[in-house]
Every structure is written in structure tokens, then in C-alpha cells.
Design a protein around this ligand. Structure first.
Ligand code: NI
Length: 137
């Protein structure tokens, strides 16, 4: 069997953020970013879906061991971002707006080095039930 299979692992973290451009007035930031520009921050319940595509191993039948995948996501992402203020508590978002788009790219770059090169990685991140992003697109 050489067909690729997609394996998904869901994880979850809560984090606070603020979206803003320092050069803009509070009014303009509110206009562009809406409630996400609130100067005193606010939280989101982020739902993270990590997708790994590959051919199942002929012996184990696994594309990837989901227990190992869960450990990687917890070590690299959940422990780093859960219950944090992304703007204030993390280096990566000190000068990068923590939009769902940017968070998904950061998550991909943190996980990618720990996944076998033969496997494809995709990140889906829900900021709300209705707003979510995929990376790579
Ligand atoms: Ni927000």
C-alpha cells in the first residue's frame, strides 16, 4: 500500500493577545482590527489541528504515532503558548502581530523540524468557531 493517508491530532490552548500597529492611533487600530485591538488584551480559546500526511509504515501501519505527535505538540506549542499573553510573554510575537495567520506559521515552523522529512505537515488553527486558517495554504 503506497497511498498517502492524512492523520490529524487536535490540541487546545488558551492565550491572550492584542493586534495592533504601533504607528497607528487607537482609533485606526480599532477600525482595522476591531475588538482584537483592545489595548488591555483579551483571550481566545485556540483549537489547533495538526495534520500529517504520509504512507503508512509497512510494519506498524502508522503514518506517525499519534502519541508521539501529541507529545511534540504539547512540548513545542501548548507548553509555550497556553495561558500566556502572546504579545508580552513570548519572544516570537514581540514584534509580530499574533494573528491566526502568523500563529499558524509560527506553529508550523516549531513543529516541522521534529517531523520526519518524508511526511507532509499542515496546520489548521481556529481562533473562534467561525474563524480559522490553514498553513501552508
Ligand atoms: Ni483577538
Amino acid at each position: 500500500m503506497e497511498q498517502k493517508v492524512a492523520v490529524f491530532r487536535k490540541e487546545h490552548f488558551n492565550a491572550a493577545h492584542r493586534l495592533f500597529c504601533a504607528d497607528w492611533s487607537d482609533e485606526k487600530n480599532m477600525q482595522v482590527f476591531g475588538p482584537c485591538a483592545n489595548p488591555n488584551y483579551h483571550g481566545h480559546n485556540y483549537e489547533l489541528i495538526v495534520q500529517v500526511n504520509g504512507v503508512p509504515d509497512p510494519i506498524t501501519g502508522f503514518v506517525i504515532n499519534t502519541k508521539e505527535l501529541s507529545t511534540i505538540v504539547k512540548e513545542e506549542i501548548v507548553s509555550r503558548f497556553d495561558h500566556k499573553n502572546l504579545n508580552l510573554d513570548t519572544d516570537v510575537f514581540k514584534n509580530l502581530n499574533p494573528t491566526a495567520e502568523n500563529i499558524a506559521i509560527v506553529i508550523y515552523n516549531l513543529i516541522r523540524p521534529r517531523i520526519d522529512k518524508a511526511l507532509d505537515l499542515k496546520i489548521r488553527l481556529y481562533e473562534t468557531e467561525r474563524n480559522f486558517v490553514d498553513y501552508p495554504a
